[in-house]
Design a protein around this ligand. Structure first.
Ligand code: FE2
Length: 295
């Protein structure tokens, strides 16, 4: 049995024995280079300890320095190119789905499984043809492959899948705009990816003033982590922990044209629309009426 299979087995053992964590415990800082080295050196003991901390002790990690050089510029250049050349749009995840972008406002968010005010730019690997798209892909996978490994998958699992395979990787450049960009309390599906990750590409106090990533500590207590997060850091955790993004500069005026706000690079393995009863993330606020979900 190779190491990722052993880790998968360990996750399954813990998942069968204990209920999934809901409210976060301690939040630690860990250099991405330390995780990378542990995976490269096949350090089973270290990786199992990390898994145990995430699942049993409900701990989360601010993974420092996950972004490749120049990644933020690639993201903003790509976002600007899409805004200039393509209308805000939506496509289901069937074979041949193009890359696209959508400004999701208070009305449109009702069509989704989560309540979010954000401008999202979606990228699939089979469309990575331009230099910018290839750079985005390379930048994201430099980090993502190691998170997949920690989650008990092969480093390149799902990477070359297409929608009819069932599960597909999707990169999402997100701008939570100043003027109320947000993502309400939710949990993420653990079916394809136990460990959630995404790279924060802005710094509070420089790019925006208020709001940011939080976990719930209890039913009505939140812990906002943004002051500990620098540009290029990711937050990694087991997807059943309740989390979200508090409104970014809620008192400012929202503009979809500007680039002001909090930028984020999300990476997630989705069930495609070829999958019947596909499992998505789950809103916990009652903001979304599930029976009206279209997307
Ligand atoms: Fe999430």
């Amino acid at each position: 049995m190779n190491l990722e299979q052993k880790l998968d087995k360990y996750w399954k053992y813990l998942e069968n024995k204990h209920t999934p964590p809901k409210y976060v415990g301690k939040v630690h800082e860990l250099q991405f280079s330390v995780l990378k080295k542990a995976v490269d050196k096949q350090d089973e003991k270290f990786l199992k300890k990390l898994i145990r901390k995430m699942y049993i002790d409900k701990e989360a990690f601010i993974l420092k320095n996950c972004a490749t050089k120049g990644l933020k510029k690639v993201m903003i250049d790509l976002a600007n190119r899409f805004k200039k050349n393509k209308k805000s749009n939506f496509y289901k995840m069937y074979d041949g789905v193009p890359n696209f972008h959508r400004a999701i406002n208070k009305v449109l968010t009702k069509k989704y499984s989560l309540y979010a005010i954000k401008h999202s730019f979606y990228f699939y690997n089979w469309n990575a043809k331009s230099k910018l798209e290839k750079n985005l892909k390379n930048g994201a996978y430099w980090h993502w492959r190691y998170v997949k490994f920690l989650a008990g998958n092969e480093k390149k699992k799902y990477e070359n899948n297409i929608p009819s395979d069932g599960q597909i990787d999707r990169l999402q450049i997100v701008r939570y705009p100043s003027g109320g960009g947000q993502l309400r309390d939710h949990v993420d599906s653990r079916k394809n990816q136990r460990v959630v990750s995404g790279i924060v590409m802005s710094k509070r106090g420089i790019d925006y003033e208020e709001g940011g990533f939080y976990f719930n500590k209890s039913k009505d207590k939140r812990i906002n982590l943004e002051s500990r997060i620098d540009e290029g850091d990711a937050v990694i955790f087991y997807g059943s922990l309740v989390h979200g993004v508090e409104a970014i500069d809620p008192d400012k005026k929202l503009s979809w044209k500007s680039n002001k706000g909090r930028w984020f690079l999300g990476m997630f393995v989705n069930d495609s629309d070829h999958v019947k009863n596909r499992i998505t993330s789950e809103d916990l606020t009652g903001s979304i009426k599930r029976k009206f979900n279209k997307h």
